[in-house]
Design a protein around this ligand. Structure first.
Ligand code: NAP
Length: 250
């Protein structure tokens, strides 16, 4: 039986690209999404059309109860004990603003989705993958951002700070579970051509940013997926606690 990989935010962008590539590398896929069931089902159908196994699961990762229920449904659908991978990919940005313009509600949402959601999913995954819990190991990849080391002034310092927390979650959790057969790494994408920029009110951001990127172009979701799937794989068997920039030199 194929090992099961949960990708959060797998209905489009980096999550969808990661799910499609991971299916080609022999993973069975649990595809999480928050709102767009049709898009998540379409990713599942593309995987099934190529002989893969994939199911879509609705859950808001910012809601800890929904995350608990998501993992219970995943166990029931695939059979308990099959989870071997988690990609904490679900994430949001907001419109450009200075810190002195940000509402508390905005900052709370930014951390609820981008940080607390990753903690909740990591907790449930470790309980199912760690040898401490009687399982046989696995791998977690967290999706951070180059914003964590750039700070994103005048744009979204809240998002950058949330992603910096993801880098630290990666370092600490990696050390916590390294002796239990679970590897934990992160990718730190630069400017990637996905719909996330439209949700931040800047649909042309990726194209317009090209001159500021050493490689003079935005990255693609597929290029980030390659790094994630490698970190999940046995080819990265001695890699843990790493934060890998996939940012075109930015
Ligand atoms: P995207 O195209 O906007 O896709 C976001 C995905 O996350 C969608 O599948 C969305 O599902 C899901 N999602 C949003 N809120 C959720 C929630 N509360 N619970 C569960 N799922 C939720 O974004 P992307 O560009 O692929 O970004 C993916 C990750 O890469 C994010 O963590 C982002 O911060 C990071 N990243 C992106 C870039 C970039 O330039 N694109 C750069 C650095 C880092 P629904 O549509 O169903 O809600």
């Amino acid at each position: 039986m194929k090992p099961v990989l949960l990708v959060t935010g797998a209905s489009r962008g980096i999550g969808a690209a990661t799910a499609l590539l991971a299916a080609r590398h022999g993973w069975a896929l649990a595809l999480n999404y928050a709102r767009d069931a049709g898009a998540a089902e379409a990713v599942a159908e593309r995987i099934a059309a190529h002989g893969g196994e994939a199911f879509a699961f609705c859950a808001d990762v910012a809601d800890d109860e929904q995350v608990r229920a998501l993992f219970v449904r995943l166990d029931a659908r695939f059979g308990a004990g099959r989870l071997r991978g988690l990609v904490n990919n679900a994430g949001v940005v907001d419109v450009a603003a200075r810190v002195d313009e940000m509402s508390a509600a905005r900052v709370q949402r930014m951390f609820a989705v981008n940080v607390f959601g990753s903690f909740s999913c990591a907790r449930e995954a470790v309980r199912r993958m760690s040898r401490l819990h009687g399982a046989s190991g696995g791998a977690i990849v967290n999706v951070s951002s180059a914003a964590a080391r750039l700070g994103s002034p005048g744009q979204y310092v809240d998002y950058a700070a949330a992603k910096a927390a993801i880098d630290t979650l990666t370092l600490g959790l990696a050390k916590e579970v390294a002796s239990e057969g679970v590897r934990v790494n992160a990718v730190r994408p630069g400017i990637i051509d996905t719909d996330i920029h439209a949700s931040g009110g800047q649909p042309e951001r990726a194209r317009l940013a090209a001159p500021q990127i050493p490689m003079q172009r935005p990255g693609s979701a597929e290029e980030v997926a390659e790094a994630i799937v490698w970190l999940l794989s046995d080819a990265a068997s001695y890699v843990t606690g790493a934060v890998l920039d996939v940012a075109g030199g930015r």
